[in-house]
Each structure stands twice: as structure tokens, then as C-alpha cells.
Design a protein around this ligand. Structure first.
Ligand SMILES: NC(=O)c1ccc[n+]([C@@H]2O[C@H](COP(=O)([O-])OP(=O)(O)OC[C@H]3O[C@@H](n4cnc5c(N)ncnc54)[C@H](OP(=O)(O)O)[C@@H]3O)[C@@H](O)[C@H]2O)c1
Length: 258
């Protein structure tokens, strides 16, 4: 049996690209999604076109009960998860002074608590097999903080701390834990920020990146596939930035707070 990779939020965007790259490396892909079943089925179709196989599991990963049910189902039908990619995420531009409690808590639940719920559930199987990979998709917002995205930035910074702490907790078990901090990428989420700010993507890329382009989701897939492989055995507790130099380019603060 091929190793099992669970990618949360794999119905589209970066999650789909990760699922496809892992499929090329012969993993059996568990495609988690929240509500877009048709899109998740398209991911599965593309996984199969690459000669791999997979299955869909619907669950809202911000809800511990649904995460538990999903893992129980996967383990019963296919076995323990070998590679967990905590990719599901969500963000909305809102200034702190006008943000309500619900919006704050939703950001923390979807972007941070989900990482805890899924990792907690995946770890026993990985430790028993003496092999496992947990790869958390975070954002440069969690490294530098982005005005207008305080809740999202806080949650993504939390993912960084969680990653480093968990890597130490599982030392010597054969499990590695890493984070990938992505810059603005060409997905529904990435492009929604440009719609909200009214800034043309090309202008952003020219002014706020070093490469002159946004990140392509497939590049994130390539990096995650490497981290999931045996070649990355010695990489753990790391936060790897893939952002086309957006962290080093001029500040986005003025753009997002206006
Ligand atoms: N795009 C960027 O510019 C960018 C930059 C930095 C970091 N990131 C991070 O990269 C990751 C992927 O982002 P993306 O751009 O691919 O986003 P996207 O295009 O909006 O796709 C989000 C994915 O997450 C799923 N999802 C959302 N909430 C969920 C929940 N509660 N439970 C289960 N699945 C859920 C969605 O499922 P449905 O389709 O069913 O709704 C979808 O598959 C996120 O963690 C994001 O924070 C993105």
C-alpha cells in the first residue's frame, strides 16, 4: 500500500497543487474539503490522471469533532495517515478597531486550531510507524504581520510557534514537523485580496516582489513534496519561505490599511 497523505483544503488553490505533486510521488491522497465537493472531485480526477489514487473526506477542520470523525474514517478504511499537510486556511481584511469577536475567533479556529486538531489526531499513528511528516502551510503575514489582516497574521504566527514546539516534542520519533510560509499566490484567496484593495496584480508584482510575479501554487506543491520525502529526513522545526521576495520588498502596510 502506498503511503497516505492527507491534504486539508485540497479542493482548490494551493491544497490542490500540493495534492497533485504528492500524487506524482505515488502517495494515496486524502482530499479534504469543506463545502466545494465538485472542486474536490476535480482534484481527485487530476490525481488519478497522474496514475495515483485517492479519496474525498468532507470535514470542517476548525471543528474538533469533524476532524476526529475524518481521521477515524480514514484509519478504518485505509490506515493511519503518513503525511499530514495542514493547508486549509481563510482570511478576511478587517481593521482591529472594527473587528467583532466572531471574526477574530473564526480566523484562529480555521487557521490555527485546525492545525492542532489534525496534528493531535495524526501523531499516534505516525509515532507507532516511526515515520511521519507534518507540513503546515503558513503565510508571510505570520512572519511580518500585515495591516488589515491582524487576526490572520496572529493565527499564522501561531502556526509558526506550534510547528517549532511540536518538532521538539516529537524529537527522535521519525516524525518531522515543518512550516511553509507562502507569499501572495495565484489562488482564489490570493486574488481576493487584490479585488478588495483594487490594486492590479501586475502592479503589486512589480512593486512588492523581487521576482516580478506572485507565487504559483505548483511551486508550493513541489516544496511540500520534497519535505514529505525521505530526502528531507533532516529538516525539522523549520519555516521555509516561498514568496518571490515579498518579505524583502517594500512594506504592504500602506496598501492593506487603506
Ligand atoms: N493564496 C495566498 O496568497 C496565500 C498566501 C499565504 C498563505 N496562504 C495559505 O495557503 C493555504 C491555502 O490557501 P489558498 O490560497 O489555496 O486558499 P483558497 O483558494 O481560498 O482555498 C482554500 C481551501 O481551504 C479549504 N477550507 C477553508 N476552510 C476550511 C475548513 N474550515 N475546513 C476544511 N477546509 C477548509 C477550502 O475548501 P472549500 O473549497 O470546500 O471551501 C479550499 O479547499 C491557506 O492556509 C492560506 O492561508 C495563501
Amino acid at each position: 500500500m502506498d503511503k497516505i497523505a492527507l491534504v486539508t483544503g485540497a479542493s482548490r488553490g494551493i491544497g490542490r497543487a500540493i495534492a497533485l505533486k504528492l500524487a506524482e510521488n505515488n502517495f494515496f491522497i486524502v482530499i479534504n474539503y469543506r463545502k466545494r465537493r465538485e472542486a474536490a472531485l476535480e482534484t481527485l480526477k487530476q490525481v488519478r490522471a497522474r496514475g495515483a489514487d485517492g479519496v474525498l473526506f468532507q470535514a470542517d477542520v476548525s471543528k474538533p469533532g469533524q476532524v476526529d470523525e475524518m481521521f477515524t474514517g480514514i484509519e478504518k478504511e485505509y490506515g493511519p495517515v503518513d503525511v499530514l499537510v495542514n493547508n486549509a486556511g481563510w482570511g478576511l481584511i478587517s481593521l482591529v478597531e472594527s473587528m467583532n469577536d466572531e471574526l477574530w475567533e473564526r480566523h484562529i479556529a480555521v487557521n490555527l486550531s485546525s492545525v492542532f486538531y489534525c496534528s493531535r489526531r495524526a501523531l499516534p499513528g505516525m509515532i507507532e510507524k516511526k515515520w511521519g511528516r507534518i507540513i503546515n502551510i503558513t503565510s508571510i503575514a505570520g512572519l511580518k504581520g500585515l495591516a488589515g489582516l491582524a487576526a490572520y497574521s496572529a493565527a499564522k504566527a501561531g502556526v509558526v510557534g506550534f510547528t517549532r514546539a511540536l518538532a521538539q516534542e516529537v524529537a527522535g520519533t521519525g516524525v518531522t514537523v515543518n512550516a511553509v510560509a507562502v507569499g501572495f499566490a495565484k489562488t482564489d484567496m490570493g486574488l481576493s485580496f487584490f479585488q478588495a484593495t483594487g490594486l492590479p496584480v501586475e502592479e503589486f508584482a512589480r512593486k512588492f516582489t523581487l521576482t516580478g510575479d506572485l507565487v504559483d501554487p505548483i511551486e508550493v506543491g513541489e516544496l511540500v513534496a520534497f519535505l514529505a520525502s525521505d530526502k528531507a529526513r533532516s529538516i525539522t522545526g523549520e519555516v521555509i519561505v516561498i514568496d518571490g521576495g515579498q518579505l524583502l520588498a517594500p512594506s504592504l502596510a500602506a496598501l492593506l490599511s487603506s
